[in-house]
Write a protein that binds this ligand. Structure first.
Ligand code: BF8
Ligand code: SF4
Length: 627
Protein backbone atom coordinates (compact mmCIF):
# COMPACT_ATOMS: atom_id res chain seq x y z
CA UNK A 1 0.00 0.00 0.00
CA UNK A 2 1.38 3.40 -0.94
CA UNK A 3 2.13 5.89 1.80
CA UNK A 4 0.82 9.44 1.96
CA UNK A 5 3.26 12.32 1.87
CA UNK A 6 2.47 13.09 5.50
CA UNK A 7 3.16 9.50 6.54
CA UNK A 8 6.48 9.52 4.75
CA UNK A 9 7.54 12.84 6.20
CA UNK A 10 6.64 11.70 9.70
CA UNK A 11 9.05 8.78 9.31
CA UNK A 12 12.22 10.51 8.17
CA UNK A 13 13.66 13.94 7.49
CA UNK A 14 16.01 12.59 4.83
CA UNK A 15 15.32 13.17 1.14
CA UNK A 16 16.58 9.77 0.04
CA UNK A 17 14.70 8.10 2.87
CA UNK A 18 11.45 9.70 1.76
CA UNK A 19 11.90 8.61 -1.85
CA UNK A 20 12.78 5.04 -0.99
CA UNK A 21 10.09 4.62 1.63
CA UNK A 22 7.63 5.05 -1.22
CA UNK A 23 9.66 2.80 -3.52
CA UNK A 24 9.71 0.08 -0.84
CA UNK A 25 5.94 0.45 -0.44
CA UNK A 26 5.49 0.18 -4.23
CA UNK A 27 7.55 -2.99 -4.23
CA UNK A 28 5.28 -4.39 -1.50
CA UNK A 29 7.95 -4.44 1.19
CA UNK A 30 7.30 -4.26 4.88
CA UNK A 31 9.85 -2.01 6.60
CA UNK A 32 10.88 -1.38 10.18
CA UNK A 33 8.36 1.48 10.37
CA UNK A 34 5.49 -0.78 9.27
CA UNK A 35 6.47 -3.41 11.80
CA UNK A 36 6.66 -0.76 14.50
CA UNK A 37 3.09 0.36 13.65
CA UNK A 38 1.95 -3.28 13.80
CA UNK A 39 3.39 -3.61 17.31
CA UNK A 40 1.37 -0.71 18.69
CA UNK A 41 0.35 -0.40 21.43
CA UNK A 42 3.60 -1.72 22.85
CA UNK A 43 3.53 -3.28 26.30
CA UNK A 44 3.34 -0.58 28.98
CA UNK A 45 4.83 -2.83 31.66
CA UNK A 46 7.87 -3.52 29.50
CA UNK A 47 8.22 0.14 28.56
CA UNK A 48 8.47 0.99 32.25
CA UNK A 49 10.83 -1.88 32.99
CA UNK A 50 8.22 -3.54 35.22
CA UNK A 51 8.01 -6.99 33.65
CA UNK A 52 10.30 -9.86 34.57
CA UNK A 53 10.83 -13.28 33.05
CA UNK A 54 14.07 -14.13 34.76
CA UNK A 55 12.63 -17.38 36.06
CA UNK A 56 9.91 -19.90 35.53
CA UNK A 57 7.83 -18.93 38.55
CA UNK A 58 7.05 -15.91 36.33
CA UNK A 59 6.66 -14.12 34.04
CA UNK A 60 5.67 -11.37 36.47
CA UNK A 61 4.71 -7.75 36.23
CA UNK A 62 4.23 -4.93 38.69
CA UNK A 63 1.24 -2.62 38.50
CA UNK A 64 2.61 0.93 38.29
CA UNK A 65 -0.69 2.33 39.60
CA UNK A 66 -0.57 0.24 42.76
CA UNK A 67 -3.89 -1.49 42.12
CA UNK A 68 -2.53 -4.84 40.99
CA UNK A 69 0.44 -6.85 42.27
CA UNK A 70 3.36 -4.89 43.69
CA UNK A 71 5.69 -7.90 43.82
CA UNK A 72 6.67 -10.72 41.53
CA UNK A 73 6.17 -14.33 42.61
CA UNK A 74 9.63 -14.32 44.23
CA UNK A 75 8.90 -11.08 46.07
CA UNK A 76 10.90 -8.73 43.83
CA UNK A 77 9.44 -5.21 43.86
CA UNK A 78 9.47 -2.54 41.16
CA UNK A 79 12.91 -1.24 42.13
CA UNK A 80 14.51 -4.68 42.02
CA UNK A 81 12.87 -5.63 38.72
CA UNK A 82 13.77 -2.36 36.99
CA UNK A 83 17.35 -2.54 38.24
CA UNK A 84 17.75 -6.16 37.17
CA UNK A 85 16.37 -5.43 33.70
CA UNK A 86 18.62 -2.43 33.25
CA UNK A 87 21.57 -4.47 34.47
CA UNK A 88 20.91 -7.14 31.87
CA UNK A 89 20.69 -4.53 29.12
CA UNK A 90 24.08 -3.20 30.15
CA UNK A 91 25.49 -6.72 30.25
CA UNK A 92 24.26 -7.45 26.72
CA UNK A 93 25.64 -4.19 25.37
CA UNK A 94 28.96 -4.62 27.09
CA UNK A 95 29.21 -8.24 25.90
CA UNK A 96 28.54 -7.20 22.29
CA UNK A 97 31.26 -4.57 22.18
CA UNK A 98 33.68 -6.72 24.11
CA UNK A 99 33.18 -9.86 22.04
CA UNK A 100 33.83 -7.70 18.97
CA UNK A 101 37.07 -6.64 20.68
CA UNK A 102 37.96 -10.26 21.39
CA UNK A 103 37.57 -11.15 17.71
CA UNK A 104 40.09 -8.47 16.82
CA UNK A 105 42.54 -9.73 19.45
CA UNK A 106 42.30 -13.17 17.83
CA UNK A 107 43.24 -11.69 14.47
CA UNK A 108 46.10 -9.74 16.07
CA UNK A 109 47.50 -12.95 17.55
CA UNK A 110 47.17 -14.86 14.30
CA UNK A 111 48.84 -12.04 12.36
CA UNK A 112 51.76 -12.28 14.79
CA UNK A 113 51.87 -16.05 14.36
CA UNK A 114 51.84 -15.70 10.58
CA UNK A 115 48.49 -17.48 10.32
CA UNK A 116 46.38 -14.66 8.88
CA UNK A 117 47.51 -14.06 5.30
CA UNK A 118 46.25 -10.78 3.92
CA UNK A 119 46.13 -9.08 7.31
CA UNK A 120 49.07 -7.06 8.50
CA UNK A 121 50.13 -4.54 11.15
CA UNK A 122 49.40 -1.12 9.70
CA UNK A 123 50.40 0.89 12.75
CA UNK A 124 53.57 -0.40 14.34
CA UNK A 125 53.69 2.88 16.24
CA UNK A 126 50.40 2.18 17.99
CA UNK A 127 51.35 -1.47 18.50
CA UNK A 128 54.45 -0.35 20.41
CA UNK A 129 52.60 2.29 22.38
CA UNK A 130 49.83 -0.07 23.50
CA UNK A 131 52.26 -2.93 24.17
CA UNK A 132 54.23 -0.61 26.47
CA UNK A 133 51.03 0.28 28.30
CA UNK A 134 50.54 -3.42 28.91
CA UNK A 135 54.01 -3.63 30.46
CA UNK A 136 55.60 -5.42 27.49
CA UNK A 137 59.24 -4.55 26.75
CA UNK A 138 59.22 -3.44 23.11
CA UNK A 139 62.89 -2.87 22.30
CA UNK A 140 64.46 -5.32 19.90
CA UNK A 141 61.21 -7.17 19.21
CA UNK A 142 59.64 -7.63 15.79
CA UNK A 143 56.08 -6.40 15.22
CA UNK A 144 55.03 -10.05 14.93
CA UNK A 145 56.47 -10.92 18.34
CA UNK A 146 54.86 -7.88 19.86
CA UNK A 147 51.51 -8.71 18.27
CA UNK A 148 51.52 -12.16 19.86
CA UNK A 149 52.60 -10.85 23.26
CA UNK A 150 50.08 -8.03 23.22
CA UNK A 151 47.29 -10.37 22.13
CA UNK A 152 48.06 -12.67 25.07
CA UNK A 153 48.13 -9.73 27.47
CA UNK A 154 44.79 -8.51 26.12
CA UNK A 155 43.24 -11.94 26.43
CA UNK A 156 44.04 -11.66 30.15
CA UNK A 157 41.91 -8.49 30.32
CA UNK A 158 38.84 -10.57 29.66
CA UNK A 159 39.44 -12.88 32.59
CA UNK A 160 39.24 -12.76 36.36
CA UNK A 161 42.81 -12.30 37.53
CA UNK A 162 43.08 -8.52 37.52
CA UNK A 163 42.25 -5.87 40.09
CA UNK A 164 41.80 -3.23 37.39
CA UNK A 165 41.85 -3.07 33.59
CA UNK A 166 45.09 -1.88 31.98
CA UNK A 167 43.63 1.06 30.06
CA UNK A 168 42.54 2.60 33.37
CA UNK A 169 46.05 4.04 33.45
CA UNK A 170 44.71 6.64 30.98
CA UNK A 171 41.90 7.66 33.36
CA UNK A 172 42.50 10.82 35.43
CA UNK A 173 43.62 10.06 38.98
CA UNK A 174 40.59 11.81 40.50
CA UNK A 175 38.17 9.70 38.47
CA UNK A 176 39.87 6.48 39.50
CA UNK A 177 39.54 7.57 43.10
CA UNK A 178 35.78 8.05 42.57
CA UNK A 179 35.46 4.53 41.19
CA UNK A 180 37.55 3.00 43.96
CA UNK A 181 35.46 4.72 46.59
CA UNK A 182 32.24 3.40 45.05
CA UNK A 183 33.74 -0.04 44.47
CA UNK A 184 33.09 0.10 40.72
CA UNK A 185 36.61 -0.17 39.32
CA UNK A 186 36.24 -2.58 36.41
CA UNK A 187 38.29 -5.76 36.72
CA UNK A 188 37.97 -8.44 34.01
CA UNK A 189 35.82 -7.59 30.99
CA UNK A 190 33.95 -10.89 30.91
CA UNK A 191 33.98 -11.02 34.68
CA UNK A 192 31.74 -7.96 35.07
CA UNK A 193 29.24 -9.19 32.49
CA UNK A 194 29.21 -12.65 33.97
CA UNK A 195 28.79 -11.23 37.45
CA UNK A 196 25.87 -9.12 36.23
CA UNK A 197 24.12 -12.21 34.88
CA UNK A 198 24.77 -13.88 38.23
CA UNK A 199 23.54 -10.97 40.32
CA UNK A 200 20.32 -10.73 38.32
CA UNK A 201 19.47 -14.42 38.67
CA UNK A 202 16.55 -14.97 41.05
CA UNK A 203 17.66 -14.65 44.63
CA UNK A 204 21.06 -13.02 44.31
CA UNK A 205 21.49 -9.22 44.43
CA UNK A 206 18.22 -7.73 45.62
CA UNK A 207 19.44 -4.28 46.54
CA UNK A 208 18.64 -2.00 43.62
CA UNK A 209 21.42 0.44 44.43
CA UNK A 210 23.99 -2.32 44.59
CA UNK A 211 22.71 -3.71 41.27
CA UNK A 212 22.97 -0.32 39.59
CA UNK A 213 26.49 0.27 40.90
CA UNK A 214 27.53 -3.04 39.42
CA UNK A 215 25.81 -1.93 36.21
CA UNK A 216 28.17 1.04 36.09
CA UNK A 217 31.16 -1.23 36.68
CA UNK A 218 29.93 -3.53 33.91
CA UNK A 219 29.58 -0.56 31.55
CA UNK A 220 33.06 0.69 32.49
CA UNK A 221 34.44 -2.75 31.60
CA UNK A 222 33.05 -2.05 28.13
CA UNK A 223 34.20 1.57 27.78
CA UNK A 224 37.67 1.24 29.25
CA UNK A 225 37.96 -2.46 28.35
CA UNK A 226 36.20 -4.27 25.51
CA UNK A 227 35.46 -1.28 23.31
CA UNK A 228 38.85 0.24 24.09
CA UNK A 229 40.57 -2.92 22.96
CA UNK A 230 38.38 -3.06 19.83
CA UNK A 231 39.37 0.45 18.79
CA UNK A 232 43.06 0.20 19.62
CA UNK A 233 43.51 -3.19 17.94
CA UNK A 234 41.58 -2.02 14.86
CA UNK A 235 44.00 0.90 14.60
CA UNK A 236 46.99 -1.42 15.01
CA UNK A 237 45.74 -3.80 12.30
CA UNK A 238 44.12 -1.39 9.87
CA UNK A 239 45.74 1.97 10.59
CA UNK A 240 45.00 5.07 12.66
CA UNK A 241 42.29 7.13 10.91
CA UNK A 242 43.32 10.43 9.39
CA UNK A 243 41.06 13.13 7.92
CA UNK A 244 39.51 11.90 4.70
CA UNK A 245 36.81 13.14 2.30
CA UNK A 246 33.89 11.01 1.24
CA UNK A 247 30.18 11.02 0.46
CA UNK A 248 26.92 9.87 1.97
CA UNK A 249 23.31 8.85 1.22
CA UNK A 250 21.77 6.35 -1.21
CA UNK A 251 23.17 8.40 -4.10
CA UNK A 252 26.51 6.68 -3.45
CA UNK A 253 25.13 3.48 -5.05
CA UNK A 254 26.18 3.56 -8.69
CA UNK A 255 24.07 2.45 -11.65
CA UNK A 256 27.10 1.57 -13.75
CA UNK A 257 29.22 -0.14 -11.09
CA UNK A 258 29.09 -3.33 -9.08
CA UNK A 259 27.71 -2.21 -5.72
CA UNK A 260 28.81 -4.14 -2.65
CA UNK A 261 27.28 -2.88 0.58
CA UNK A 262 29.04 -3.66 3.86
CA UNK A 263 26.88 -3.73 6.97
CA UNK A 264 27.59 -4.54 10.60
CA UNK A 265 30.37 -3.59 12.97
CA UNK A 266 33.64 -5.45 12.83
CA UNK A 267 36.17 -4.32 10.20
CA UNK A 268 37.80 -7.76 10.02
CA UNK A 269 35.69 -8.92 7.07
CA UNK A 270 35.11 -5.60 5.35
CA UNK A 271 38.81 -4.70 5.29
CA UNK A 272 39.46 -7.92 3.40
CA UNK A 273 36.64 -7.15 0.97
CA UNK A 274 38.17 -3.71 0.49
CA UNK A 275 41.46 -5.36 -0.50
CA UNK A 276 39.75 -7.82 -2.84
CA UNK A 277 37.83 -5.02 -4.55
CA UNK A 278 41.18 -3.53 -5.65
CA UNK A 279 42.25 -6.81 -7.30
CA UNK A 280 43.05 -6.06 -10.98
CA UNK A 281 41.70 -9.43 -12.06
CA UNK A 282 38.33 -8.79 -10.42
CA UNK A 283 38.24 -5.24 -11.76
CA UNK A 284 38.86 -6.64 -15.24
CA UNK A 285 36.03 -9.12 -14.73
CA UNK A 286 33.75 -6.25 -13.69
CA UNK A 287 34.61 -4.40 -16.85
CA UNK A 288 33.95 -7.54 -18.93
CA UNK A 289 30.48 -7.62 -17.39
CA UNK A 290 29.92 -4.02 -18.48
CA UNK A 291 30.52 -2.30 -15.13
CA UNK A 292 32.91 0.61 -14.83
CA UNK A 293 34.18 -0.48 -11.44
CA UNK A 294 33.53 -2.12 -8.08
CA UNK A 295 31.90 0.29 -5.68
CA UNK A 296 31.94 -0.37 -1.94
CA UNK A 297 29.46 1.44 0.25
CA UNK A 298 28.94 1.24 3.99
CA UNK A 299 26.01 0.94 6.34
CA UNK A 300 26.12 1.35 10.11
CA UNK A 301 29.40 0.87 11.92
CA UNK A 302 31.26 -1.50 9.59
CA UNK A 303 30.71 1.29 7.10
CA UNK A 304 32.01 3.87 9.57
CA UNK A 305 35.15 1.79 10.17
CA UNK A 306 35.94 1.66 6.44
CA UNK A 307 34.97 5.29 5.95
CA UNK A 308 37.33 6.40 8.72
CA UNK A 309 40.33 4.52 7.33
CA UNK A 310 39.69 4.15 3.59
CA UNK A 311 37.20 6.91 2.81
CA UNK A 312 34.59 4.55 1.37
CA UNK A 313 31.20 6.29 1.03
CA UNK A 314 28.27 5.62 3.36
CA UNK A 315 24.92 4.49 1.97
CA UNK A 316 23.20 5.35 5.24
CA UNK A 317 22.54 4.64 8.89
CA UNK A 318 20.40 2.11 10.77
CA UNK A 319 16.96 2.91 9.35
CA UNK A 320 18.35 3.05 5.79
CA UNK A 321 19.49 -0.57 5.78
CA UNK A 322 16.26 -1.93 4.31
CA UNK A 323 15.72 1.03 2.01
CA UNK A 324 19.19 0.58 0.50
CA UNK A 325 17.99 -2.75 -0.88
CA UNK A 326 14.93 -1.12 -2.44
CA UNK A 327 17.13 0.79 -4.90
CA UNK A 328 17.51 -2.53 -6.75
CA UNK A 329 21.16 -1.55 -7.21
CA UNK A 330 22.79 -3.60 -4.46
CA UNK A 331 24.57 -6.53 -6.09
CA UNK A 332 25.71 -7.94 -2.77
CA UNK A 333 25.16 -7.04 0.87
CA UNK A 334 27.71 -8.50 3.25
CA UNK A 335 26.96 -8.50 6.94
CA UNK A 336 28.97 -9.36 10.01
CA UNK A 337 27.10 -8.72 13.27
CA UNK A 338 25.01 -6.35 15.41
CA UNK A 339 22.16 -4.08 14.28
CA UNK A 340 21.46 -6.24 11.22
CA UNK A 341 17.70 -6.54 11.10
CA UNK A 342 16.63 -10.16 10.62
CA UNK A 343 14.14 -8.83 8.04
CA UNK A 344 16.87 -7.93 5.56
CA UNK A 345 17.29 -11.32 3.92
CA UNK A 346 13.64 -11.62 3.05
CA UNK A 347 13.47 -8.09 1.68
CA UNK A 348 16.40 -8.90 -0.59
CA UNK A 349 14.45 -11.77 -2.17
CA UNK A 350 12.42 -9.08 -3.96
CA UNK A 351 15.59 -8.05 -5.84
CA UNK A 352 18.63 -9.73 -7.37
CA UNK A 353 20.77 -8.90 -4.31
CA UNK A 354 23.01 -11.60 -2.87
CA UNK A 355 22.86 -11.55 0.93
CA UNK A 356 25.92 -12.94 2.68
CA UNK A 357 26.48 -13.53 6.39
CA UNK A 358 30.09 -13.97 7.47
CA UNK A 359 30.34 -14.59 11.21
CA UNK A 360 30.17 -17.97 12.90
CA UNK A 361 28.05 -16.34 15.59
CA UNK A 362 25.59 -14.42 13.43
CA UNK A 363 23.32 -16.22 10.98
CA UNK A 364 20.18 -14.78 9.39
CA UNK A 365 17.18 -16.06 7.44
CA UNK A 366 17.44 -15.89 3.65
CA UNK A 367 21.19 -15.25 3.66
CA UNK A 368 23.97 -17.43 2.28
CA UNK A 369 26.48 -18.13 5.04
CA UNK A 370 30.15 -17.79 4.13
CA UNK A 371 32.17 -17.94 7.29
CA UNK A 372 35.29 -15.81 7.49
CA UNK A 373 38.28 -16.99 9.49
CA UNK A 374 41.60 -15.12 9.66
CA UNK A 375 43.41 -18.05 8.00
CA UNK A 376 41.21 -18.06 4.89
CA UNK A 377 39.66 -14.58 4.79
CA UNK A 378 41.69 -13.37 1.85
CA UNK A 379 40.56 -16.13 -0.50
CA UNK A 380 37.00 -15.93 0.80
CA UNK A 381 36.87 -12.20 0.14
CA UNK A 382 38.00 -12.67 -3.47
CA UNK A 383 35.45 -15.44 -3.98
CA UNK A 384 32.64 -13.22 -2.73
CA UNK A 385 33.65 -10.12 -4.66
CA UNK A 386 33.70 -12.34 -7.76
CA UNK A 387 30.17 -13.49 -6.98
CA UNK A 388 29.06 -9.89 -6.60
CA UNK A 389 30.59 -8.99 -9.96
CA UNK A 390 28.85 -11.92 -11.59
CA UNK A 391 25.59 -10.82 -10.06
CA UNK A 392 25.79 -7.36 -11.66
CA UNK A 393 24.19 -8.60 -14.87
CA UNK A 394 21.24 -10.06 -12.95
CA UNK A 395 19.78 -6.71 -11.91
CA UNK A 396 16.04 -6.45 -12.55
CA UNK A 397 15.61 -3.25 -14.61
CA UNK A 398 11.95 -2.79 -13.66
CA UNK A 399 12.90 -2.74 -9.98
CA UNK A 400 15.74 -0.24 -10.19
CA UNK A 401 15.35 3.30 -8.94
CA UNK A 402 18.55 5.30 -8.64
CA UNK A 403 18.57 7.96 -5.93
CA UNK A 404 17.22 11.19 -7.41
CA UNK A 405 19.44 13.37 -5.24
CA UNK A 406 23.19 13.62 -5.49
CA UNK A 407 25.26 12.27 -2.63
CA UNK A 408 26.34 14.73 0.05
CA UNK A 409 30.00 15.47 0.69
CA UNK A 410 31.50 14.80 4.08
CA UNK A 411 34.76 14.55 6.00
CA UNK A 412 35.63 11.79 8.45
CA UNK A 413 38.72 10.27 10.05
CA UNK A 414 39.04 12.34 13.23
CA UNK A 415 40.83 9.94 15.52
CA UNK A 416 42.34 11.47 18.67
CA UNK A 417 45.70 11.31 16.90
CA UNK A 418 44.26 13.19 13.90
CA UNK A 419 42.63 15.84 16.11
CA UNK A 420 45.82 16.38 18.09
CA UNK A 421 47.70 16.47 14.78
CA UNK A 422 45.40 19.20 13.47
CA UNK A 423 46.03 21.10 16.70
CA UNK A 424 49.79 20.91 16.25
CA UNK A 425 50.47 17.89 18.45
CA UNK A 426 48.94 18.78 21.82
CA UNK A 427 45.52 19.53 23.31
CA UNK A 428 46.76 22.98 24.43
CA UNK A 429 45.20 24.97 21.53
CA UNK A 430 41.80 23.33 22.16
CA UNK A 431 42.09 24.11 25.86
CA UNK A 432 43.00 27.72 24.98
CA UNK A 433 39.98 27.97 22.67
CA UNK A 434 37.76 26.68 25.48
CA UNK A 435 39.33 29.09 27.97
CA UNK A 436 38.86 32.05 25.63
CA UNK A 437 35.25 31.03 25.06
CA UNK A 438 35.63 30.73 21.27
CA UNK A 439 34.67 27.12 21.89
CA UNK A 440 32.29 26.93 24.83
CA UNK A 441 32.60 23.19 25.25
CA UNK A 442 32.31 19.90 23.42
CA UNK A 443 29.51 17.37 23.13
CA UNK A 444 29.47 13.81 21.82
CA UNK A 445 26.25 13.29 19.86
CA UNK A 446 26.12 9.55 19.27
CA UNK A 447 23.90 6.52 18.84
CA UNK A 448 21.26 5.02 16.64
CA UNK A 449 18.06 5.60 14.71
CA UNK A 450 14.81 4.38 16.22
CA UNK A 451 11.46 4.26 14.38
CA UNK A 452 9.89 5.90 17.44
CA UNK A 453 11.58 9.12 16.35
CA UNK A 454 11.46 10.78 12.93
CA UNK A 455 14.70 9.53 11.41
CA UNK A 456 17.68 11.87 11.95
CA UNK A 457 15.46 14.65 13.35
CA UNK A 458 16.82 14.30 16.89
CA UNK A 459 20.47 14.22 15.83
CA UNK A 460 20.41 17.01 13.31
CA UNK A 461 18.36 19.50 15.32
CA UNK A 462 20.28 18.98 18.54
CA UNK A 463 23.60 19.30 16.75
CA UNK A 464 22.59 22.44 14.87
CA UNK A 465 21.64 24.16 18.12
CA UNK A 466 24.90 23.16 19.77
CA UNK A 467 27.00 24.39 16.84
CA UNK A 468 25.16 27.70 16.80
CA UNK A 469 26.13 28.11 20.43
CA UNK A 470 29.84 27.60 19.78
CA UNK A 471 29.85 24.04 21.03
CA UNK A 472 32.08 21.64 19.14
CA UNK A 473 30.28 18.39 18.31
CA UNK A 474 32.08 15.08 18.01
CA UNK A 475 30.09 12.10 16.82
CA UNK A 476 30.14 8.39 16.05
CA UNK A 477 27.88 5.63 14.74
CA UNK A 478 24.54 6.36 13.14
CA UNK A 479 24.43 9.87 14.59
CA UNK A 480 27.54 10.71 12.59
CA UNK A 481 25.90 9.46 9.41
CA UNK A 482 22.79 11.54 10.16
CA UNK A 483 24.94 14.65 10.53
CA UNK A 484 26.80 13.84 7.34
CA UNK A 485 23.56 13.48 5.36
CA UNK A 486 22.49 16.89 6.66
CA UNK A 487 25.69 18.43 5.28
CA UNK A 488 27.21 19.25 8.67
CA UNK A 489 30.47 17.39 8.11
CA UNK A 490 32.21 19.67 5.63
CA UNK A 491 34.39 22.65 6.59
CA UNK A 492 31.85 24.99 4.89
CA UNK A 493 29.24 23.93 7.46
CA UNK A 494 31.13 26.12 9.90
CA UNK A 495 29.16 29.00 8.34
CA UNK A 496 26.21 27.74 10.42
CA UNK A 497 28.21 27.69 13.65
CA UNK A 498 28.51 30.47 16.21
CA UNK A 499 31.23 33.08 15.55
CA UNK A 500 33.85 31.55 17.85
CA UNK A 501 33.53 27.99 16.60
CA UNK A 502 33.37 29.29 13.05
CA UNK A 503 36.73 30.97 13.49
CA UNK A 504 38.37 27.90 15.01
CA UNK A 505 37.05 25.64 12.22
CA UNK A 506 38.26 28.05 9.55
CA UNK A 507 41.71 28.30 11.09
CA UNK A 508 42.06 24.51 11.22
CA UNK A 509 40.13 23.70 8.02
CA UNK A 510 37.86 21.31 9.89
CA UNK A 511 34.07 20.83 10.00
CA UNK A 512 32.20 21.89 13.15
CA UNK A 513 31.08 18.28 13.64
CA UNK A 514 33.96 15.81 13.82
CA UNK A 515 33.47 12.16 12.85
CA UNK A 516 35.28 10.01 15.41
CA UNK A 517 34.18 6.64 14.09
CA UNK A 518 31.97 3.68 14.89
CA UNK A 519 30.19 3.01 18.18
CA UNK A 520 33.10 1.15 19.74
CA UNK A 521 35.04 4.29 18.84
CA UNK A 522 33.10 6.22 21.46
CA UNK A 523 36.18 5.37 23.46
CA UNK A 524 38.08 7.83 21.27
CA UNK A 525 35.86 10.50 22.83
CA UNK A 526 36.61 9.14 26.32
CA UNK A 527 40.30 9.07 25.50
CA UNK A 528 40.24 12.71 24.34
CA UNK A 529 38.24 13.81 27.38
CA UNK A 530 40.73 12.01 29.64
CA UNK A 531 43.66 13.63 27.82
CA UNK A 532 42.11 17.09 28.32
CA UNK A 533 41.47 16.40 32.01
CA UNK A 534 44.98 15.00 32.51
CA UNK A 535 46.55 18.03 30.83
CA UNK A 536 44.63 20.29 33.21
CA UNK A 537 45.25 18.05 36.22
CA UNK A 538 41.53 17.78 36.83
CA UNK A 539 38.65 15.29 36.49
CA UNK A 540 36.57 14.67 33.36
CA UNK A 541 33.47 15.75 35.31
CA UNK A 542 34.94 19.24 35.77
CA UNK A 543 35.16 19.91 32.03
CA UNK A 544 32.47 21.65 29.93
CA UNK A 545 31.49 18.42 28.19
CA UNK A 546 28.30 16.45 27.63
CA UNK A 547 26.96 13.53 25.61
CA UNK A 548 23.65 12.81 23.91
CA UNK A 549 22.01 9.83 22.25
CA UNK A 550 18.90 11.42 20.70
CA UNK A 551 17.60 8.35 18.83
CA UNK A 552 19.19 5.40 20.63
CA UNK A 553 17.65 1.94 20.40
CA UNK A 554 20.23 -0.73 21.28
CA UNK A 555 21.51 -2.41 24.42
CA UNK A 556 24.98 -1.31 23.36
CA UNK A 557 23.79 2.29 23.60
CA UNK A 558 22.69 1.67 27.20
CA UNK A 559 26.16 0.44 28.08
CA UNK A 560 27.74 3.44 26.34
CA UNK A 561 25.50 5.91 28.15
CA UNK A 562 26.34 4.29 31.48
CA UNK A 563 30.10 4.35 30.94
CA UNK A 564 29.86 7.97 29.79
CA UNK A 565 28.09 9.02 33.00
CA UNK A 566 30.38 6.85 35.14
CA UNK A 567 33.34 8.55 33.44
CA UNK A 568 31.92 11.93 34.50
CA UNK A 569 29.98 13.06 31.41
CA UNK A 570 26.41 14.42 31.69
CA UNK A 571 24.36 12.37 29.18
CA UNK A 572 20.98 13.16 27.62
CA UNK A 573 18.88 10.33 26.18
CA UNK A 574 16.26 11.06 23.53
CA UNK A 575 14.24 7.85 23.82
CA UNK A 576 13.23 6.96 27.39
CA UNK A 577 15.00 3.94 28.89
CA UNK A 578 12.76 1.34 30.60
CA UNK A 579 13.24 2.67 34.13
CA UNK A 580 10.15 4.78 34.74
CA UNK A 581 8.47 2.02 36.72
CA UNK A 582 10.83 2.83 39.59
CA UNK A 583 10.69 6.42 40.84
CA UNK A 584 13.62 5.59 43.13
CA UNK A 585 15.83 4.60 40.20
CA UNK A 586 14.74 7.57 38.09
CA UNK A 587 15.65 9.89 40.96
CA UNK A 588 18.99 8.20 41.47
CA UNK A 589 20.02 8.26 37.80
CA UNK A 590 18.79 11.76 37.01
CA UNK A 591 19.61 13.52 40.30
CA UNK A 592 21.36 11.78 43.18
CA UNK A 593 24.03 10.12 41.06
CA UNK A 594 25.49 13.58 40.47
CA UNK A 595 26.73 13.59 44.06
CA UNK A 596 28.43 10.22 43.56
CA UNK A 597 29.89 10.63 40.07
CA UNK A 598 29.79 14.35 39.26
CA UNK A 599 27.51 13.50 36.31
CA UNK A 600 23.98 12.31 35.71
CA UNK A 601 21.47 11.25 33.05
CA UNK A 602 18.64 13.30 31.61
CA UNK A 603 15.82 12.07 29.39
CA UNK A 604 14.60 14.62 26.85
CA UNK A 605 13.00 13.60 23.55
CA UNK A 606 12.70 17.16 22.25
CA UNK A 607 16.08 18.13 20.71
CA UNK A 608 15.50 21.85 21.26
CA UNK A 609 14.96 21.27 24.96
CA UNK A 610 17.87 18.80 25.08
CA UNK A 611 20.10 21.47 23.53
CA UNK A 612 18.96 24.03 26.10
CA UNK A 613 19.80 21.65 28.95
CA UNK A 614 23.22 20.88 27.53
CA UNK A 615 24.01 24.55 26.91
CA UNK A 616 23.05 25.35 30.49
CA UNK A 617 25.14 22.43 31.78
CA UNK A 618 28.16 23.69 29.85
CA UNK A 619 27.59 27.21 31.14
CA UNK A 620 27.63 25.93 34.71
CA UNK A 621 30.78 23.86 34.22
CA UNK A 622 32.53 26.89 32.74
CA UNK A 623 31.41 29.02 35.65
CA UNK A 624 32.76 26.48 38.14
CA UNK A 625 36.11 26.62 36.33
CA UNK A 626 36.06 30.41 36.56
CA UNK A 627 35.59 30.82 32.79
O1 BF8 B 1 26.99 0.35 17.00
S1 BF8 B 1 24.59 3.58 16.36
S2 BF8 B 1 22.09 1.49 15.30
S3 BF8 B 1 24.93 0.62 13.95
S4 BF8 B 1 24.09 0.48 17.95
FE1 BF8 B 1 23.64 0.09 15.71
FE2 BF8 B 1 23.09 2.17 17.07
FE3 BF8 B 1 23.83 2.40 14.62
FE4 BF8 B 1 26.62 0.78 15.26
NI1 BF8 B 1 25.84 1.82 17.46
FE1 SF4 C 1 8.85 -13.32 38.71
FE2 SF4 C 1 10.85 -13.13 40.45
FE3 SF4 C 1 10.92 -15.01 38.57
FE4 SF4 C 1 11.19 -12.43 37.91
S1 SF4 C 1 12.59 -13.64 39.15
S2 SF4 C 1 9.95 -13.94 36.85
S3 SF4 C 1 9.86 -11.42 39.40
S4 SF4 C 1 9.45 -14.83 40.21
Amino acid sequence: MLLTKAEIQARTITEDGQVFLQKAAQDGLETVWDRYEAQKPQCGFCEMGLSCRNCSMGPCRIDPFGEGPLRGVCGADADIIVARNLGRMIAAGSASHSDHGRDLVEVLRKVGEGRAPGYTIRSVEKLKKVASEFGIAVDGKTPSDLAVELAHAMEEEFGTRKKALTFLARVPEKRRAVWNKLGITPRGIDRETSEMMHRTHMGVDNDWLSLLLHGLRNALSDGWGGSFIATEVSDILFGIPQPVSSEVNLGVLKENQVNIVLHGHNPIVSEMIYEAAQDPELLALASQKGATGINLAGLCCTGNELLMRRGIPMAGNHLMTELALSTGLVDMMLVDYQCIMPALGEIATCYHTLMISTSDKAKYPHMAHHEFHPETAQGKARELVRQAVENYGRRIPAKILPAPNASTKMMAGFSVEAILGALGGSPAPLIDAIKSGAVQGAVGVVGCNNPKIQQDYGHVNLTRRLMENDILVVDTGCAAVAHAKAGLKVPEAAAHAGPGLQQVCKALGIPPVLHMGSCVDNVRILDLAAALANTLGTDISDLPLAAAAPEWYSEKAVSIACYAVASGVFTVLGTPPPIFGSPNIVKLLTEDIEGLLGASFAVEPNPEKAAARIIEHIRQKRKALGL
